[in-house]
Ligand binder design. Sequence first.
Ligand SMILES: NC(=O)c1ccc[n+]([C@@H]2O[C@H](COP(=O)([O-])OP(=O)(O)OC[C@H]3O[C@@H](n4cnc5c(N)ncnc54)[C@H](O)[C@@H]3O)[C@@H](O)[C@H]2O)c1
Ligand SMILES: O=C(O)C[C@H](O)C(=O)O
Length: 334
Amino acid sequence: MVKAVVLGAAGGIGQPLALLLKANPLVTALGLFDIVNTPGVAADLSHIATPAKVQGYLPPDGGLKKALTGADVIVIPAGVPRKPGMTRDDLFKINAGIVRDLAEEIAITAPKAFILVISNPVNSTVPIVAEVLKKHQVFDPKRLFGVTTLDVVRASTFVAEIVKDTTISPNVTVPVFGGHSGVTIVPLLSQSSHPLPASFDQTAREALTKRIQFGGDEVVKAKDGGGSATLSMAFAGAQFAEKVIRALKGEKGIIAPSYVHLAADGAGGKTVQSEIGKDLTYFSVPVELGTSGIVKIGALGPTNDYEKSLIRAAIPDLEDNISKGESFIQPSKL
Ligand SMILES: NC(=O)c1ccc[n+]([C@@H]2O[C@H](COP(=O)([O-])OP(=O)(O)OC[C@H]3O[C@@H](n4cnc5c(N)ncnc54)[C@H](O)[C@@H]3O)[C@@H](O)[C@H]2O)c1
Ligand SMILES: O=C(O)C[C@H](O)C(=O)O
């Protein structure tokens, strides 16, 4: 039995993500919470012939608590998206409070659940959730994940486009480290499973790196004020959620990239910190998942000089974003 819960379930990401979770036969209960429209979304999805029993909840009468009760996996795409000209950090003003309030109820009602944070700025919203859970003394770094899957999905797709064979994109892996905004997104093209990117000249390497780092902006610009990536994000979020669910059901050896607290496995984070030359608390890395969450944090491995420069460029923004999230809950951390 697996109960998945989506917070922000009536939104641009929330609805297609809820659809993909409803279509997943491993999900047996699906709780949908939003401040609007969840009864309609739930009624609609409930006509699909898959095992998940769907229930929609709104804030009145303890709707959030009811949605979270018994949750195994909680996915959070609640909050506002970017408009052209905005950075993800510009969303902090509104989304930080939304994520904090949702985390407060998670800490009370579902402290053992796996928490998957999509709401931007991910580099800061993940530390916000962690600090709220710490305040309630229920923080388990093994179970908290910033969803950075879309960066990896984009990297695979863009490489397949360059290779002119889009049929291969599901099988192309390009590790992406760091965080989830602009220069904090660090693709390691030298480690691409397809050999072509590793042989690029510097101009081609920089062009592809920038496209992966600023892929979100392409969608924001094309939507022209109508929001940011929703459908590709729902795909990526459902893919990551499925990996978490398979792991919690006992499947071994599942590895997925995610923005995590580097103390999560008690060891691997130190390797990453020594590789990047900085004691950052959070970083996006491939993690191995098990029944209780993260069992192993993967290292970066060999990087070339260009990739080393990308890592150096990512660190100041990551430090700022992390401390901004932490000090939002604990002002003494300023
Ligand atoms: N991690 C990523 O890779 C990634 C990718 C795309 C978008 N995002 C982020 O995801 C978030 C959502 O994007 P979207 O396009 O779905 O936005 P949206 O505006 O379409 O949907 C957001 C939903 O959140 C709901 N909401 C607002 N306050 C809430 C609260 N307190 N409790 C529950 N629900 C609440 C809204 O009612 C709305 O339905 C944004 O912050 C966006 O930047 C992240
Ligand atoms: O670009 C955004 O603001 C949304 C998301 O983070 C993305 O990468 O598409």
